[in-house]
Design a protein around this ligand. Structure first.
Ligand code: AGP
Length: 609
């Protein structure tokens, strides 16, 4: 995830910016850069680590005002020309977030004669500021930033330097974090407090649509109407390690809590709710190609495979396309029956899973068109496939996949709706229904998170059991698989995920009062069937924890505990149920004293067979 920093004061800005950027390294990044303002803007940037940036900075590079950035690629590959800061003549900008309407703005700026040196959305901000000041000569930098904020759609935390106003940095935010540090020898700005905690513990959190001006003598805060406002100073009690996790005890818990934002970032710019359609140019498939598509073969491992399994239901029910879901390690040594009409889709958060890469290579040998869903721009899978759909979940540090899973689901919804609309299976009204539902997910995820205490109580109650069962039907069947995978991965409890209707064909023999069963019983066309399966396991003595919708008043009669999710479209419930299951796994592992972020025997990226 990108990180921005800024400093103005009496100390050497280069040293402070470099040390602050190092503190943001934990967020994950692929390139870095710095600009210092000494009458003119002097910029250094590179692909790689902060240590690589230090190597190219000359010893005499100093100053008292500057901005810096660590980039996690979203628009454009990890290349030096895409690294921040981005410049437009006498303006330098660093940015964290996504400008959704950047293509439209870019076209306008190109028609005005602006030349773009990068593939990023951020360069648009630099040129937009330059053009605003050029066309409104009375504007200060603060005025220009305020003006440009009204033109930009999406999320941003930005820090701007302007040679004509050499003693201050202007900052602004919308839907992307920004915090100001108040030091004795200067003022700091950063994406999170970790960056400047060694210099000051006095911080002011910037709210959406607020602007900030930091100079050697003080800080001024403004609202979007240009009025100066007062802000509260917080004293940060965290040490640096706690701050990296934003105060959460584990990266996994932090990442679970980031899902409201990561879901929004993933669908940003891809939904036209008004027209009831999805904008998915990255898929690089014409309407004719989509209409003629006969089969989709999804290839993935682990959690990504579980997401793919939800995808199978979506492609079949929303787009009417026969879909297979293949385990990459099996597919690569099987004898798949494929031909040019089959579209293969690799799902891999890391983009580096050896089995998935090998399987997609072998599918290409059959002449299939291949696409990938991944979270990492520039990863190996992006070079192996014809098109790439990026989840924008930001780096995931906990070994257990959480926010990348829900982001994968979002891309799968968008793909299925897009294909269904083009193929005439979905009317714009039907599509709009689901798209409206997708846009409600961030708020609904937040509601689930707000109720985490009951999930914690449930986890603690059953923390000592040796076996768990998870059951669900239709799209909730893969959710049950994911719930079981998450639990065994981090708590080391044996857990099985089952299609609820399959229990009676064998596993029912294992059900007893010792095996709690988590039943995903959200409203939908299989709800009644799941109720019957709940009765089946209750009759064998099992205690049942149901995941059910908020408005379901019936469920309490049949189960021992209910974990609620907000009411939603039946196909969208996997996103919300998964958040519940992630928290259940997390709190169970916590109660058992397990190593949550680095479970035994597992690695984040499985680059070997
Ligand atoms: C998920 O919690 C696991 N860490 C694991 O199953 C993972 O999903 C699998 O190894 C696939 O990884 P990928 O998405 O990076 O390809």
């Amino acid at each position: 995830m990108c990180g921005i920093v800024g400093y103005v004061g009496t100390e050497n800005a280069v040293d402070i910016i470099i040390s602050s950027l190092k503190k943001l390294e934990y967020r994950g990044y692929d390139s870095a850069g710095i600009t210092v303002l000494n009458q003119k803007l002097e910029t250094y940037k590179t692909v790689g680590k902060i240590a690589d940036l230090e190597k190219i900075i000359p010893a005499n590079f100093t100053g008292h005002i500057g901005i810096g950035h660590t980039r996690w690629a979203t628009h454009g590959k990890p290349e030096t020309r895409n690294a921040h800061p981005h410049l437009s003549s006498n303006i330098a900008v660093v940015h964290n977030g996504i400008i959704e309407n950047y293509m439209k703005l870019k076209e306008k700026l190109i028609s005005q004669g602006y030349e773009f040196l990068s593939d990023t959305d951020t360069e648009v901000i630099a040129h937009l500021l330059h053009s605003t000041i050029k066309n409104n000569t009375q504007f200060s930098l603060l005025d220009a930033v305020r003006h440009v904020m009204n033109e930009m759609e999406g999320s941003y935390a930005i820090a701007v330097l302007y040679t004509a106003e050499p003693d201050h940095i202007v900052l602004a935010r919308k839907d992307s974090p920004l915090v100001i540090g108040l030091g004795n020898n200067g003022f700091f700005a950063a994406s999170d407090v970790t960056a400047f905690l060694r210099y000051t513990k006095n911080a002011v959190y910037v709210n959406d649509k607020e602007l900030v001006l930091i100079s050697p003598t003080g800080v001024e805060f403004y609202n979007n109407d240009g009025q100066q406002i007062e802000k509260k100073v917080d004293i940060i009690e965290w040490d640096e390690e706690a701050a990296e996790k934003a105060g959460y005890e584990h990266f996994m818990l932090k990442e679970i809590h980031e899902q409201s934002a990561s879901i929004q970032d993933t669908y940003a710019g891809k939904i036209s709710e008004l027209e009831g359609r999805v904008i998915l140019d990255e898929l690089k498939m014409s309407d004719d190609q989509l209409k003629n598509l006969q089969r989709i073969t999804i290839i993935a491992c682990g959690t990504s495979w579980n997401a793919g399994c939800v995808g199978k239901y979506l492609f079949e029910s929303l787009a009417g396309i026969h879909t297979d879901i293949e385990t990459a390690s099996e597919f690569r040594y099987g004898d798949p029956v494929l031909c040019g009409q089959v579209f293969t889709l690799a799902i891999t958060q890391s983009g580096e899973t050896a089995d998935t890469l090998a399987a997609i290579r072998s599918s290409k040998a059959y002449g299939c068109k291949a696409a990938a869903i991944t979270n990492v721009v520039g990863s190996s899978i992006t070079r192996e496939t014809d098109s790439v759909l990026f989840t924008r979940a930001g780096p995931e540090i906990g070994v257990a996949a959480t926010k990348t899973f829900t982001a994968q689901l979002i891309i799968l919804y968008l793909m299925a709706i897009h294909m269904g609309t083009v193929r005439g299976r979905l009317t714009p009204e039907n599509a709009r229904d689901i798209l409206v539902g997708i846009k409600q997910l961030p708020g609904q995820v937040q509601k689930v998170l707000n109720n985490k205490n009951i999930i914690k109580e449930c986890a603690e109650h059953y923390a000592k059991v040796q076996d768990y069962f998870f059951i669900g039907r239709h799209v909730n069947y893969p959710v049950s698989l994911e719930g079981a995978l998450k639990l065994k991965e981090i708590s080391y409890i044996h857990a099985e995920g089952y299609a609820a209707g399959e229990l009676k064909h064998g596993p029912l023999a294992l059900i007893s009062s010792e095996t709690p069963v988590v039943a995903i019983a959200t409203k939908g066309h299989t709800y009644e069937k799941v109720l019957s399966n709940i009765k089946e396991v209750k009759a064998r003595g099992a205690e049942v924890i149901a995941i059910a919708n908020q408005s379901d008043t019936e469920i309490n009669k049949y189960v021992d505990m209910v974990l609620r999710i907000p009411d939603c479209h039946e196909l969208l419930s996997p996103v919300l149920s998964s958040v519940v299951l992630q928290l259940l796994a997390y709190y169970t592992a916590y109660a058992r004293g397990c190593s949550i972020d680095k479970p035994r025997n597992l690695a984040k990226s499985v680059t070997v067979e």
